[in-house]
Design a protein around this ligand. Structure first.
Ligand SMILES: [Zn+2]
Length: 171
């Protein structure tokens, strides 16, 4: 996003205008203030750390987004015992992408929430095109969404609920 501030012209020397200060000059103080405008957030800050959720749930989300929780496919790759099929639908190989946005069970939960809370802009029928948990989570919380921060919290809490339901069925 900050790249928008950089203008390149072949004939002129490069200048960089820092748009968070009236005079266009970068200072630490204006950078500090810019953080509160939400313009300098890294994706993981936006998706996890700046959202509301209990700390341990945020930590779970941080791992899940990076595909670092112990789903069956990851256990299998290490040769460790695993549940194989998704325990929510008993139909497909369990992967992070499957349990968090492709499983029929998960989509049913999201659909009922979308209807109840009135999140008409969310279309679960597009989700199968997302290839990773990161990609899906990013799209659910990027600046094309109204109430970004609320959606980030909702995504974390719904995914946490689904993960707990999965664990209750596995263990
Ligand atoms: Zn499933």
């Amino acid at each position: 996003m900050l790249l928008n501030d950089v203008h390149l012209h072949e004939q002129t020397e490069d200048t960089i205008i820092w748009k968070h200060a009236n005079d266009g000059i970068y200072t630490a103080a204006t950078a500090y203030k810019a953080q509160f405008l939400g313009l300098t957030l890294s994706p993981l800050d936006r998706m996890v750390w700046k959202a509301w959720a209990p700390p341990k749930v945020k930590f779970f989300a941080w791992l899940a987004i990076q595909d670092r929780i112990w789903t069956a496919d990851r256990l299998q790759r290490r040769g460790w015992p695993n549940c194989g099929l998704c325990k929510l639908c008993n139909r497909e190989q369990e992967t992070g992408a499957h349990i968090f946005f492709k499983c029929r069970f998960t989509i049913r939960i999201w659909k009922s929430l979308i209807e109840r809370i009135g999140l008409a802009h969310i279309d679960t029928s597009e989700w199968h095109t997302d290839e990773s948990v990161y990609e899906w989570w990013d799209k659910r919380t990027d600046n094309r969404n109204p109430n970004q921060q609320a959606l980030a919290s909702l995504t974390i809490l719904v995914s946490w609920t689904i993960w707990n339901e999965r664990n209750a069925r596995v263990f």
